[in-house]
Design a protein around this ligand. Sequence first.
Ligand SMILES: [Zn+2]
Length: 380
Amino acid sequence: MDWVTCAQSATCTGIARRPYDRCLAHLPQDEVTVALAGMEPGRLLDLRGTTLSGDLLRRVVEATRSRPGRARLDRARFTGDVRLAGVTFAGDVSLDGARFERLASFFGARFEGNLSLASVRFARELSFHGVPVRGHVSLDGAVMSRDALFSQAVFGHGLSCESARFEGYATFDGASLGEAASFRGARFGRTLSFRKVSGSAGFDAARFAADAYLSATGRFSAARARADGALDLAVRGCGVDLRRLVVAGTTTVRLTDSQADLEGAVLHGAATVTGRGASTLTSLCEVDAASLALHGLDLSACRFAGLAHPAGVRLEECTFALTGHGMRVSVSLPMLRWLSRSRFSRDRSSRDRFSRDGSSRDGFSNRLSRRPNAATQPLE
Ligand SMILES: [Zn+2]
């Protein structure tokens, strides 16, 4: 700790308040009154390491007229319910390493600067529902032991939840992620509902112990993530990185004007990828999926090398390439036949015959004929 701690006991981490040698929680009542009277709206609030009961916190909020400035609350301990409705934090707020032993409700509060909740422990429910934060929010390494609500929250300059642990149900439905949200290495013990969010989201190496309902706009990544239950993803206008994703349950991916890469994914349950608008798959290389249904996707740039179960792939209304006339063609033949046809076409004579036949016979384009190994060799 980089502050002078309370003289009350060796175990009290509360910052000593000048001119006293005790923290706010250990001052005599008359001195608490004097200390609170010295607090003003918009001014620095420094309660680092201090234990705040529900009553003491309420008196502090009142003393700042619900508008503290920069708030330093690192390693503070909140022993009562925390309800911050109506409080506007005018400056940056740091709560790194703080402990919330009961309810933590930020519902109705506003943050005009950044908010750091790194390594915070929330022992009970956490509500951040609808909270607007103008700056950046960090929950890196935080532990949420019960349900955590972030629905409708607005993160003006992004959100970082790297290595955070969400042990209860977690929801971010309708949240606005600002620049981006990172959940790299985060762990979700129960269902995660991350529906209809706006902004980019990264779940690289995250672990979903239960079902996960995910969404994003812009960029979405769940590379090397692992889902023990079902994984459901709906994205719009998004680049999607699902490389080496492992899903034990069903996988449902809905792309709208989006581009997805599934290289190396292992999908144990039934998997479906559907596309709307201009949606493309760029790679199914090394994908291990016993049952994979592809619907409405542009596969003209898709790489297939090492696809483990081509017979398990079902295609519906997918396009492979532009025809010589510049029109998209649709194919609905089994993937196995497609792959064998592609191998066959390596033979120049058969390829020439294939080309002479034109592209209409089974829907393959001249472009594919000119690049006979496109299906079985990576482009790079
Ligand atoms: Zn103390």
